[in-house]
Design a protein around this ligand. Structure first.
Ligand SMILES: Cc1cc2nc3c(=O)[nH]c(=O)nc-3n(C[C@H](O)[C@H](O)[C@H](O)COP(=O)(O)OP(=O)(O)OC[C@H]3O[C@@H](n4cnc5c(N)ncnc54)[C@H](O)[C@@H]3O)c2cc1C
Length: 255
């Protein structure tokens, strides 16, 4: 489906902690409804203003009845600082939905684990919701450096949730990879920092478990035109993460 471009009204933009924000915007284009694992290119500054490029952010939640799309994002640099300054009623330019998304129908009937690290948990929430709506409850394992966010939001859609933190102040003191046994699952869907996704891929492959990773490579156009987010895969050679991804087979990227 072709990505569309639209100025959308911000309905709320709240801070969950010092660096994490959640923005809800109107998305009335039901014909181009987003799917779990897809993303949008966000922009709230003029074309001749810095930064040059729009910023890719995953769909955290799509509410079909309310016509809203929600983004969970970490404030890192100039682009996300500008997005964080948006107030309810202001406009946010969205291009999307883009990318392939999680293959939800292929996950049905399988035992699924969702494994997220930090802000990489963002694209797993809509996936949990879509699986639960189809009668499947995945297990959710999340790792954070210290204070977690949105853990409780996953609970209604998951068979179980478990938390690990580097600091040990919340949940298990250690790495998210120590929370689960890959052998117990048919498929693992993973998003987070690259070392974490590599470690989860290794565990999954050793256990003979299918592994899907959602990449967050830096990207420029977001629609497969500029090759700025090219990734070298084992099976398909060079691919554009924004078009053929961001969800790819772990063994193709890290195996
Ligand atoms: C498909 C996709 C989905 C994404 N989904 C989310 C999401 O749901 N929530 C979220 O918070 N972020 C997400 N990201 C990452 C997000 O796009 C970057 O954090 C953002 O572009 C940074 O912009 P900035 O202007 O604030 O920071 P910049 O000034 O561009 O950079 C600030 C710091 O962030 C680092 N950085 C920039 N881009 C990335 C990136 N893509 N990955 C890792 N580090 C980066 C830079 O190296 C620098 O250290 C996603 C990225 C992709 C490609």
């Amino acid at each position: 489906m072709r990505a569309v471009n639209c100025d959308c009204k911000v309905l709320e933009n709240i801070r969950l902690n010092d660096t994490i924000c959640m923005l809800k915007a109107e998305w009335t284009d039901q014909e181009h409804a987003p799917k779990a694992g897809q993303f949008y290119m966000l922009r709230c500054w003029r074309q001749d203003e810095a930064p040059l490029l729009s910023r890719p952010i995953s769909v955290h939640e799509w509410d079909e009845a309310a016509n809203t799309v929600t983004f969970l994002y970490e404030v890192r640099g100039e682009g996300t600082q500008k997005i964080a300054a948006l107030k309810a009623g202001e406009l946010l330019n969205l291009t999307g939905p883009a990318g392939n998304g999680w293959p939800v129908d292929q996950l049905l009937g399988k035992k699924v684990a969702l494994v997220g690290g930090g802000i990489g948990t963002a694209p797993l929430y809509q996936l949990a919701k879509e699986l639960a709506a189809k009668g499947e409850k995945p297990s959710y394992f999340a790792g954070f450096r210290d204070e977690p966010y949105r853990m409780e939001a996953f609970e209604p859609f998951c068979a179980c949730t478990a938390l690990a933190t580097d600091s040990g102040r919340f949940g298990y003191h250690g790495l998210v990879t120590e929370l689960f046994d890959a052998k117990e699952y048919d498929v693992i869907c993973c998003c987070g920092p690259t070392p974490m996704m590599k470690a989860v891929t290794k565990l999954a492959l050793e256990a003979g478990t299918e592994i899907l990773v959602s990449l967050e490579n830096k990207m420029a156009c977001g629609i497969g035109a500029c090759l700025g987010c090219t990734c070298h895969t084992k099976k398909s050679g060079a691919i554009s993460v924004c078009k053929q991804g961001p969800v790819l087979k772990g063994e193709d990227v890290y195996g």
